[in-house]
Write a protein that binds this ligand. Structure first.
Ligand code: NAD
Length: 430
């Protein structure tokens, strides 16, 4: 709990610091920081025939730029302080991406692995029934987050549409499906949502290379985490011509450091090898061939400390801290995970000249794809995968360039510039 209070206080403190520099009145900043509404709901569900009460939350941070927007997580350690901090991040993230949304987040205190599929479905539907009155296609639009996925979102949206029809809400059926994003493609979802976040990160890497006047083929990249974000980041960055020289998952990783980072890994081969062998550490694949005998496997900490041009933490929060910050050799870091660098390490590395692309910009293609999914439902249109990626590319490129320009003009780091831009878009000119 303290950790989450810390995240909220740290974010609030940065808003105060940046806001003061941009001449916003203290009262306006304090009023912005506090969420508009915190809803706590009781969720009675039968577990093994006995009634058990779960607790859920929805925090609506602000709707200054459009409907509230943010995911729902199912986790034993969810609490309203955590959801509050995440909702504030969402307000900043949607403003930086320049999409017409506010910020929100939801959660249920539960370990979903302890429930049967039927119980999980009932819990998801009960949560939807309990927050029904505060969500809607133009009010608040939830999405998946930790431990929630398209299947769970499908249960929720189907329940929402059923009740909305019973109550004869004045929306088309397709628009009602816009109340949730992250639905499966077959259930009014978006073709491109799955790869969106990793793709967006790769677009940002490409834009960064342009700013640094370097060709992708001369840039070495290491990636921690090879899940949804890390894998698609690697795939698209390789497609743009970057050299991916190290990747890892929770069980360790591989690198071609012994070959002097000369080749770059073959990402699709590494991916199929990981599916087959269950871990990346056994998958040294270069030039279409996987040959573990030539590999140099490495731990996750070693991956973070490699002398690469760009490091991509895309697994967990707080992996670069005072413990290892002086060992980081990368010249740039793109924060694809949420909060991978502690505030102290951020300050240390920024002062050292490391370019850090902040999470609220770097991984914002996820929520931007949600916006496209919602727009598709509201307007009753259907976008194909190419159209989705092309639209994401435009939005992400603009967001990156706006932040870069702000950072140059104000002579501040990119995280500071991102907050400055978010405040200007949310609160208007001071
Ligand atoms: P995921 O569960 O699909 O993948 C996580 C990956 O991290 C896996 O490869 C796992 O093996 C690896 N991992 C776990 N523990 C590790 C460790 N100790 N060291 C190294 N690797 C480890 O999750 P994801 O959707 O790819 O999300 C990754 C991060 O990106 C999270 O911080 C998430 O909050 C953030 N994020 C994701 C999205 C999205 O659209 N998926 C959007 C915004 C932010």
């Amino acid at each position: 709990m303290t950790k989450h209070l810390d995240v909220f206080s740290e974010t609030a403190e940065l808003i105060r610091t940046v806001g003061k520099e941009y001449n916003y009145k203290k009262g306006l900043l304090e009023s912005f920081i506090i969420p508009d509404r915190i809803v706590e709901v009781k969720l009675p569900i039968k577990i093994d025939g006995k009634l058990k009460i779960f607790k859920g939350f929805r925090v609506q941070h602000n709707n200054l730029r459009g409907p509230y927007k943010g995911g729902i997580r199912f986790h034993e350690e969810v609490n309203h302080e955590e959801v509050m901090a995440l909702s504030l991040w969402m307000s900043l993230k949607t403003a930086i991406a320049g999409i017409p949304y506010g910020g929100a987040k939801g959660g249920v205190i539960v370990n979903p692995k302890e429930l049967s599929e039927k119980e999980l479905e009932e819990l998801s539907k009960e949560y939807t029934r309990k927050i029904f009155d505060v969500i809607g296609p133009n009010t608040d639009i939830p999405a998946p987050d930790v431990n929630t996925n398209p299947k769970i979102i499908n249960w929720m949206v189907d329940e929402y549409v059923k009740i909305a029809k019973d109550r004869k809400l004045d929306y088309s059926e397709e628009a009602l499906y816009g109340t949730f994003t992250g639905k499966s493609i077959k259930n009014h979802g978006l073709d491109g949502r799955e790869e969106a976040t990793g793709f967006g990160g790769a677009v940002i890497l490409r834009e960064l290379a342009k700013k640094l006047h370097k060709s992708p083929s001369n840039i070495s990249v290491s990636i921690q985490g090879f899940g949804n974000v890390g894998h698609f980041f690697a795939k698209f960055a390789e497609g743009f011509g970057f050299k991916i020289v190290a990747v890892s998952d929770s069980k360790g990783g591989v690198t071609d450091k012994n070959a002097g980072f000369s080749n770059g890994l073959d990402i699709e081969k590494v991916y199929s090898c990981k599916l087959e062998k269950g871990k990346i550490a056994d998958c040294y694949c270069v030039g279409g061939v996987c040959d573990i005998s030539k590999s140099k496997s490495l731990s996750n900490n070693q991956l973070l400390e490699l002398p690469v041009d760009v490091l991509i933490p895309s697994a967990l929060g707080n992996v670069i801290t005072t413990e290892n910050m002086d060992k980081i050799q990368a010249k740039a870091i793109i924060e694809m995970a949420n909060g991978p660098i502690s505030p102290e390490a951020h300050e240390y590395l920024s002062k050292k000249g490391v370019v850090i692309i902040p999470d609220i910009l770097a991984n914002s293609a996820g929520v931007t794809a949600s916006y496209l999914e919602w727009r598709q439902n509201i307007e009753g249109i259907k976008m194909n995968n190419t159209q989705v990626l092309s639209e994401l590319e435009k939005i992400l490129t603009n967001a990156f360039n706006d932040v870069w320009t702000e950072s140059e003009e104000k002579k501040v780091d990119l995280r500071y510039a991102s907050y400055g831009i978010a405040l200007k878009r949310l609160l208007g000119n001071p």
